[in-house]
Design a protein around this ligand. Sequence first.
Ligand code: TYD
Length: 137
Amino acid sequence: MTINKSIIRQIRFNSHGDDRGELVALEIAKEIPFDVKRVYYIFHTAKGVSRGFHVHRSLKQVLVAVSGSVRVHYECINGQRGEVILSSPTCGLYIEGLVWRELHDFSSDAVLLVIADKIYDEGDYIRSYDNFILEKK
Ligand code: TYD
């Protein structure tokens, strides 16, 4: 199923902090608004490397920089563009629908956790920006 819209919003996670440090718990239907099928993380990203450059047709994801920072550039199907700096383990970025996303400026200590509602499926990707623009028509 393809939803012909884009949803992107930040989610704040509560941290159970005490004198030992911090702990964030992510539970389905609480912090994570879908059933989780897959988790992956991106780390040791070489200096100057950018990733992403694609749209998912139906995947729902939450991105969390559990360490370091990443700049997310996004463009929605209605043309709305923006940037979000992920730099806190207590902040998630929810993305659903046709959102072009690019990941830039990974800090050397960046670990980007991605939580997703489906297993990996190359058929769910639109990897060409031109094809993404064609989806608008
Ligand atoms: P890729 O899609 O290029 O990552 P990005 O969009 O961040 O640039 O994925 C890199 C490789 O990892 C590619 O061979 C596909 C594989 N991969 C999986 O096997 N499972 C996954 O869940 C993901 C996200 C990627």
